[in-house]
Design a protein around this ligand. Structure first.
Ligand SMILES: [Zn+2]
Length: 448
């Protein structure tokens, strides 16, 4: 069963006058809590450490020299600046009616019987989709030894329900332990308790197993059995930062900028999002530019420029991001819609988004259907599916298909009136189409 088209890559472009701007914000926040099970796992990890000491001594770094790398990694960066946001730090306030993070702010939470004990790193801009595509690896923050691992638990949780998570626990020194929790089912490294891992080595995929409201990594640190916040700041100043490079408290960035054929759809948890990414438009179409930000702060500004195919600047707008009453959004977006009146020329348009001194570009093709046969570069190619398999609609010169490891897949093409049908016997998983048309190459990624 073909589930959805993930992305289409093409040249870039854009432009405007008749525009509408709109904020995009995820309705749900990522949270998680330790369960009794997880605390029992920590105890077992310590027991494992005791027994491993006797049978398999390991030369560790000294504790004072250990600095963590960021524990998530983009598997295959194709575009954009980043792939994550941060929803919660460690809660340092023992009271249950107030919270305090390392910076004396409130980017954390508690419940009636739990203070948040880790750092929550979520995927953005589409966490369920990015989880389904396995876009992000969880990796070892430092070299160490696996002292506990658990896998096989359901990984699409949407709330706190005391279910078991999938996780890896690493020991880095005589006393320092890190946890990597909520991992995707059956993604945990094949390495076993007692095995060593190097810094940056694969541990699993981001998921939403256990007490979790959405796909994210819960990263938790213990020093001699005592909880440790890896961040240094005014409200956690007694110990140095454990990060090689500690991110700013507000890690503001425009992380993705691309064109879409509508407003993104964020369906109820745990359904996969549809960002409606597109880059080929026909006459009469509206074009949407969507920007996704991490830690967008109230009154931040984005300057948007639109260039025509002949290189003229046809629109320039400065948008002040009014987030009131909120001081910031850890996961935010902005969408600008341009009506068809704007696109009087055919060809490649380009949006330039300037945010905090950097420019990110997004491009698209805009053309008239009546000229499509003459100008092959305007061919709009779509993938469609039914019970008989996949069909390609549109003209193209050549097609190649690969699996997620970029290995070629074999197939047969049959011309039908409704498009070119692909006869295939591929296994389930991610399939990548590379389609050549004129001087363009289109990439489609599809989850089968
Ligand atoms: Zn957490």
């Amino acid at each position: 069963m073909w589930k959805f088209i993930l992305l289409i890559l093409l040249p870039m472009a854009a432009h405007g006058q008749d525009r509408i701007a709109k904020a995009i914000r995820r309705p749900d926040a990522i949270q998680c809590a330790s369960s009794e099970t997880e605390l029992q796992e920590l105890k077992r990890a310590w027991q494992n450490i005791d027994s491993l000491k006797q049978i398999q001594p390991v030369q560790f770094q000294t504790k004072s020299s250990i600095r963590f790398r960021w524990p998530v990694q983009w598997v295959n960066q194709t575009e954009g600046n980043s792939f994550f946001g941060l929803s919660n730090y460690v809660d340092h306030n023992p009271a249950f009616n107030a919270v305090r993070d390392f910076n004396c702010g409130v980017r954390t939470y508690n419940t009636s019987n739990y203070n948040h004990k880790g750092t929550d790193i979520y995927l953005w801009p589409a966490w369920w989709k990015m989880m389904a595509d396995e876009e992000v690896n969880v990796v070892a923050a430092a070299k160490g030894r696996i002292v506990y691992r658990v896998d096989g638990n359901f990984d699409r949780q949407c709330n706190f329900n005391s279910s078991n998570w999938n996780a890896v626990y690493l020991q880095h020194s005589d006393s320092l332990i890190t946890w990597y929790g909520h991992l995707k089912k059956n993604s945990v490294t094949a390495k076993q308790v007692g095995d060593t891992v190097s810094e940056g080595e694969y541990l699993g995929k981001v998921g939403s197993s256990g007490n979790s409201t959405g796909p994210h990594l819960h990263f938790e640190v213990y020093d001699s059995g005592i909880l440790r916040d890896p961040y240094n700041g005014p409200c956690n100043n007694s110990q140095p930062s454990l990060w090689q490079e500690q991110h700013p408290y507000f890690n503001r960035d425009l992380i993705r900028s691309f064109c879409t054929n509508g407003e993104p759809v964020f369906p109820p948890c745990p359904q996969v999002e549809n960002l409606k990414k597109d880059s080929v438009y026909l006459s009469g179409d509206s074009v949407y530019l969507t920007n996704y930000y991490r830690d967008l702060v109230h009154n931040d500004t984005t300057t948007l420029l639109l260039f025509s195919p002949s290189g003229n600047r046809i629109d320039s707008v400065q948008t002040v991001h009014d987030l009131s009453p909120d001081p910031f959004w850890d996961a935010g977006g902005w969408l600008w819609k341009y009506g068809p009146e704007v696109f009087v020329e055919e060809g490649a348009y380009s949006f330039h988004s300037r945010y905090r001194g950097e420019t990110m570009k997004a491009a698209f093709l805009y053309g008239n259907p009546s000229t499509r046969s003459k100008q092959k570069s305007f061919t709009k190619i779509r993938l469609a599916q039914d019970n008989n398999g996949i069909r390609i609609i549109g003209n193209f010169d050549k097609m190649e298909v690969f699996d997620s490891q970029k290995r070629p897949l074999s197939f047969q093409m049959v011309e039908e009136t409704s498009g070119t049908r692909i006869m295939e016997h591929w296994a389930k998983g991610l399939v990548i189409f590379r389609i050549y048309t004129g001087d363009q190459i289109l990439h489609f990624k599809v989850l089968k």
